[in-house]
Design a protein around this ligand. Structure first.
Ligand code: ZN
Length: 303
């Protein structure tokens, strides 16, 4: 949603309509959390390279030429990018690709010892399906003027959470699923609410009942919680270097702003708050302020 400027209220509204926006950020202490790329317990073995899905709404894994001990600074679309240690001590950029990115050659800016170089990579096309949803509360499709004031304020808070970039390295990038249960609506669906086109689905839904515990998929810090018009009870986690995850429609929030969570720690319980058609967990994953397909991080990506 980085592409949607906060000043444009209608665009905000459309973004909010994506159904769910919330984020919990986790600031991790480098001294406490070493970078590990272990696969999540239940999934087929994942590797850093398995995250490379260079499509709109995907992730690009881009090897960097640097051989220095300290990671280079990398930016994409003028936003700082996650850099981790890959194989043979080479640095690798983990780049989030927004859904509205152009399908063409894209450029990273890599800065080291005051010298900047360009690294190019290719973005390939991906087709996303349509979804038609009937929402009984018409205010959740066409909010009233008073609702718009609230929606705009809430969106600014959530957009600010996504823009955070703390220096610590994530405890793990191959994430644990936040709940155990079947996937339902995938990321990127082109959505119509009561027949009206709205912004595409910004996250991944799990079909799990109210009360199901939701766990942190990596160590993280709670950077935002709230009860939002569309997203209901919501938690944002900061895992470090712009890797931000969000959980919404919760029945209960079990954490508060500033809490530091261990990987696997419960942050809340599944519910049906906000704009929903029934209980489920909506999960967003964001890199460099780009919402990307969470399925990539749990070995469930469908090309
Ligand atoms: Zn959803």
């Amino acid at each position: 949603m980085s592409a949607y400027a906060p000043r444009d209220t209608f665009r905000f509204f459309k973004v909010r309509l994506m159904g769910c926006v919330a984020a919990v950020l986790a600031q991790l202490c480098l001294s406490l959390f070493s970078l590990t790329l272990l696969p999540s317990a239940q999934a087929t073995p994942l590797t850093l390279q398995s995250l490379h899905q260079p499509v709109p709404g995907g992730v690009a894994i881009v090897p960097l030429p640097s051989a220095s001990r300290t990671p280079p600074k990398v930016t994409f679309l003028q936003k700082p990018v996650l850099v981790v240690a890959g194989q043979e001590q080479r640095w690798v950029a983990v780049v989030g690709l927004p859904l509205d990115i152009a399908v063409q050659t894209q450029v990273l800016i890599v800065t080291e010892q005051k010298t900047s170089t360009e690294i190019k990579f290719e973005v390939k096309d991906k087709k996303y399906r349509e979804q038609r949803i009937t929402v009984s509360n018409s205010r959740h499709v066409n909010p009233l003027a008073d609702d718009m004031t609230r929606i705009t304020r809430e969106l600014e808070l959530q957009n600010a959470a996504y823009r955070q970039f703390s220096p610590n390295t994530p405890s793990n990038i191959l994430l644990d699923p936040p709940v155990k249960g079947p996937l339902s609506s995938p990321f990127g669906l082109k959505r119509f609410f009561n027949g009206e086109p709205r912004a595409p689905h910004s996250g991944l839904d799990f079909a799990v009942p109210t009360g199901t515990p939701v766990v942190a998929p990596a160590a993280g810090k709670v950077i935002l919680t709230g009860d939002y018009f569309f997203n209901g009870n919501t938690v944002f986690l900061d895992h470090g270097q712009g890797l931000i995850t969000m959980y919404c429609h919760l029945s209960v929030i079990d954490v508060k702003m500033g809490d530091t969570l261990a990987r696997g720690q419960v942050l809340g319980k599944v519910g049906a708050t906000g704009r929903v058609t029934g209980a489920h967990l909506h999960w967003n994953v964001s890199l460099n302020d780009a919402r990307v397909d969470p399925a990539i991080f749990i070995g469930q990506f469908k090309p």
